[in-house]
Design a protein around this ligand. Structure first.
Ligand SMILES: [Zn+2]
Length: 467
């Protein structure tokens, strides 16, 4: 707890410890209950105590939040926190900091750590690292021991300690026979299998999307059929076993089409897409910048368009970041040798909001549904909702705040973002969860009487100004 607070304050965040806090005049949006209204919201002892007109006699801290949006806390169901084993890239703590800065109140972290997350002991260790933070961390456990693809992990024991999702992410479960068994266990345990869909015999050595551009750049290709075949195999196995399948970071139009058809047939499968696969293409690799190297690779413009359509109409359920930190040294090698992965937690909101919501391609409610509601449903976690009596689990963002992504000002330990120098509109200014309210300090300090800033973000009552 104390570490986290110090970190946040050092990076421009501020912790409000008051038991009673009111946000005045924000636009409250909760797609689950068709709420979209400008109202006051009062939080007392970590719960939503009141929604509606601010009662005149109420005593507590008041934050003027007009112009901001308050919604159920964002949840990223695909984050790599790198601990244990790779703390030089990211730790649970630094990852939570990046998550909070991006407006997330919860993440599910992937098991490609060292050791892999394949025992209850490691699950507990990660949870302990995240204790007392406003960002909940839910470990996803490995499908196979050590993620080696040889024998199943102790899925029963892992489920008994609260794991609701299994994945070998970073790699696919290459053996169809093992995947079948994993899905049978998942069905029995009411858990979900999150699969990184890649047919390894087609993608070996591939570093970018296979097509005209990979030929031109002279780089080995990772063909879209490598995803298509794996998606089809896993849909077939889910149909055969009745196990629940979630497809990670879908990147191809063919993959999205398979999910659409499976859902039309009534299958209980879900899928996620990342901001990078919605907004970046393989044509951006002409500079051989390894920050654009990611697995699955960036595809073509048509893929982005079809993925966006699938997200907008609900065929793809949610947005996940696949936040994958690597150090500058690891990335500063030849493109072909650099590790796959890019940061995502701190840019997801701004990138999606600027490129897809402001442009009218994705509705604001569907955006919030895909960032907050659906990921928790897929993972069988309690819903975050804006209702009186519910735990206050909220994201506060300013949809008009303009900012420029700077790879050197990340809260993450790493800097590998392909969005460096992008000018974005929309940014998180605070998160509320587990009885803790974190606000960007700058937002707190922008009250009019000392303002060089054109528009006050928040106005604080007198006692908080001096805090
Ligand atoms: Zn993956």
């Amino acid at each position: 707890m104390s570490n986290f607070r110090i970190n946040l304050q050092q990076t421009g965040w501020h912790c409000l410890t008051d038991e009673r806090i009111a946000f005045i005049g924000a636009r409250l949006i909760d797609p689950q209950i068709n709420l979209d209204a400008v109202q006051d919201i009062i939080i007392e002892s970590g719960r939503i105590a009141h929604i509606g007109k601010f009662p005149a006699n109420w005593q507590g801290e008041r934050i003027k939040a007009a112009g901001n949006i308050i919604c159920p806390g964002f949840f990223d169901m695909h984050t790599h926190l790198r601990e244990p084993g790779f703390e030089h890239k990211e730790s649970v703590l630094s990852g939570c900091l990046a998550a909070a800065a991006g407006g997330f109140t919860g993440v599910a972290c992937m098991p490609n750590t060292d050791p892999a997350i394949d025992t209850p002991g490691i699950v507990q260790f990660i949870r302990q690292q995240a204790e007392g933070q406003p960002v909940e961390v839910h470990p996803v456990a490995a499908v196979t021991k050590g993620r080696k693809g040889e024998v199943l992990s102790e899925m029963v024991e892992l489920a008994e300690c609260g794991v609701t999702a299994f994945s070998d992410d970073g790699s696919p479960v290459a053996s169809a026979g093992l995947m079948r068994r994993a899905m049978e266990y998942a069905k029995m345990l009411k858990a979900v299998i999150i699969e990184h869909c890649e047919e390894p015999t087609l993608t070996a050595n591939g570093v970018m999307h296979e097509g005209a551009f990979s030929t031109r750049l002279g780089l080995p290709g990772w063909p879209s059929v490598g995803e298509e075949l794996a998606v089809q195999r896993n849909i077939s196995l889910a149909g055969y076993t009745g196990g629940r399948l979630h497809i990670a970071h879908i990147s191809t139009r063919a993959g999205a089409e398979l999910v659409r058809r499976a859902k039309q047939e009534g299958m209980n499968i879900t899928a996620e897409v990342t901001p990078q696969h919605l907004t970046l293409t393989c044509e951006m690799l002409t500079g051989y910048d390894s920050d654009f190297k990611v697995n699955p690779p960036l595809r073509e413009t048509e893929d982005c368009e079809i993925l966006l359509q699938a997200l907008a109409d609900g065929v793809i359920d949610c947005i996940a970041t696949d936040h994958a930190p690597h150090t500058d040294d690891e990335k500063a090698v030849e493109f072909i040798r650099a590790p796959f992965g890019m940061l995502g937690l701190e840019t997801a909101l701004g990138v999606i909001y600027t490129k897809l919501v402001l442009s009218g391609k994705l509705s604001l409610t569907r955006f919030i549904d895909a960032m907050s509601v659906k990921p928790r449903q897929i993972l069988n976690l309690p819903a975050a909702t804006i209702a009186v009596g519910a735990p206050a689990n909220l994201t506060i963002f300013d949809p008009n705040l303009k900012w420029t992504v700077d790879r050197n000002k990340m809260n993450s330990k790493s800097h590998n973002t392909p969005f460096h120098s992008w000018e974005l509109t929309g940014r998180a200014v605070g998160v509320v969860n587990r009885g803790i309210v974190w606000m960007i300090k700058q937002a707190l300090l922008c009250y009019p009487e000392q303002s060089e800033v054109s528009r006050p973000l928040f106005q604080m009552s007198a006692s908080l100004r001096s805090a």
